[in-house]
Design a protein around this ligand. Structure first.
Ligand code: GLU
Length: 478
């Protein structure tokens, strides 16, 4: 048993504690350890926007954690709870996340203290453009220096405004579109970016279940088929993860936790129907075919096979960690488990697939989008038809042989249809994401299984990513 902290650390302290725990197992020089741990810089901006007949002042942040690789990368969050500590913790996680999945970026994060639901679209555009202006004029938005992306409270729309604002300020920059990712397809975005983080959670779980030895550590067995899933947060990440797991892998989503309560149904909930209900009614209240729980967070403690916290940080803490029954938790959100809760869960034998890996699908596809913007060409544009015509040659030849043998066998129409289709951008993005998630998992599990002093995936993830960051600092002569 390890000693569990008695007070709840802040999000940033939690990330620091987990980092410290991992570096204790590494052979880094103390100077380098400190260099990697600290946030390089955090810029705070307060700006005024003329709204509703007066001037409103907003506070925003952009934190750069590590510039061992540039540009630095990470989302911009819109939420009332945004503060410097949170943005710095999230920026640090971005450094480790990018290193783990080999996206060639340093870590950064931004935030604006605002409740976006309180503003009209045209007001949000004014605010976003002004914030983007403040960051861009200090190169805190820049294709080769700092590339934001969506996060909680922001999406394609905000990214399109940011890209346009940057382009207006840099009219001759041919790579202007690469200044931000997560843009809509018609504004330089990439197919599959919106679903990417949820898709990454699905690929992470698929990879986990490819290793019976790892699954056995949870006490579960078999495949994802039939596994009971509880998801917290049906926003972009939680919705896509729950949708793909239920529609494609046979999982049963038994619980959905939202801001106004939770739904539970042992037989499984229809994710699409719940999502529509929330969009129409603003919450899960009165949704038919489910038991309602006014205290949503209580449902985190229900019996299930896989728990997916996909909302806020710190939702599994010293107060409820003892009651968590899921043997497998996958952190789709950033930092949903505090350092103290992590200790408790590890002692109980819960397997945690850590955030820096589990939700890395978003930044991975952001990387593809950035590369697409810099290369100025859609993925698959050059090779798709060529690939199709080569496959057509094979099919024609097989059919000629079949004819010459008196048609004693033939190719099934289903095979022909699938084989003849060359990969377009979406297929290539999914293939690149799947490959990334598999390789990153394998790098963690090698450490998890290979070292007696590493007993959990989070520590393994930190060891792999800090190792990579340290190597690039050393290569720079630091
Ligand atoms: N905000 C997302 C994250 O936390 C995506 C970041 C990005 O695509 O740069 O990973």
């Amino acid at each position: 048993m390890s000693a569990t902290p008695t007070h709840e650390p802040s999000f940033r302290e939690s990330v620091d504690l987990m980092f410290t725990r991992a570096v204790a197992l590494m052979d880094l020089s103390p100077g380098l350890e400190e260099k990697i741990r600290v946030c390089n810089a955090t810029y705070t901006v307060r700006f005024g926007v003329r709204l509703r007949g007066g001037i409103q002042t907003f506070t925003g942040y952009r934190s750069v954690h590590s510039e061992h690789m540039e540009p630095v990368k990470g989302g911009i969050r819109y939420a009332l709870g945004v503060n410097q500590d949170e943005v710095e913790a999230l920026a640090a996680l971005m450094t480790y996340k990018c290193a783990l999945v080999e996206a060639p970026f340093g870590g950064s994060k931004g935030g604006l203290r605002i409740d976006p639901r309180q503003y009209e679209e045209h007001e949000l555009e004014l605010i976003t453009r002004r914030f983007a202006y403040e960051l861009a004029k200090r190169d805190l938005i820049h294709p080769s220096q700092n590339v934001p992306a969506p996060d909680m409270g922001t999406g394609e729309r905000e990214m399109a405004w940011i890209a346009d604002q940057y382009a207006r300020m840099n009219t001759t920059d041919i790579n202007a579109r690469a200044c931000v990712t997560g843009k809509p397809l018609n504004a330089g975005g990439i197919a599959g970016r919106v679903e990417a983080t949820g898709r990454g959670v699905q690929y992470a779980l698929q990879e986990f279940f490819r290793h019976p030895e790892d699954v056995a550590k949870t006490g579960l067995s078999g495949s994802l088929d039939g596994k009971r899933v509880i998801v917290q947060g049906l926003g972009n990440v939680g919705y896509h993860a729950a949708k793909f797991l239920s529609e494609e892998d046979g999982c049963r989503v038994t619980g959905i936790i939202e801001h106004d309560g939770a739904l539970f149904n042992e037989k499984g909930l229809n994710v699409e129907a719940v999502r529509h209900w929330i969009i129409k009614h603003g919450g899960v209240a009165n949704y038919p075919d489910a038991t309602h729980h006014a205290k949503g967070a209580k449902v985190l403690e229900e019996v299930c096979d896989i728990l997916i916290p996909a909302a806020l940080e710190g939702v599994i803490h010293l107060g409820n960690a003892h009651n968590i029954k899921a043997p497998l938790v996958i952190e789709a959100a950033n930092g949903p488990i505090t350092a103290g809760a992590d200790e408790i869960l590890r002692d109980k034998g819960t397997v945690i697939i850590p955030d820096m890996y589990a939700n890395a699908g978003g930044v991975t596809v952001s990387y593809f989008e950035w590369v697409k913007n810099l290369s100025h060409i859609r993925f698959g544009r050059m090779q798709r038809r060529q690939e199709e015509s080569r496959h057509q040659l094979v099919v024609d030849e097989l059919e000629r042989i079949s004819d010459s043998l008196g048609k004693t066998w033939s190719l099934s129409p289903d095979f022909k249809q699938k084989y003849l289709r060359g990969a377009g951008e979406l297929e290539l993005v999914r293939s690149g994401l799947d490959d990334t998630m598999r390789i990153a998992y394998q790098s963690m599990r090698e450490v998890w299984h290979g070292r007696a002093d590493v007993t959990d995936l989070r520590t393994a993830a930190y060891l792999v990513s800090i190792g990579k960051v340290a190597a690039s600092y050393r290569a720079k002569g630091l």
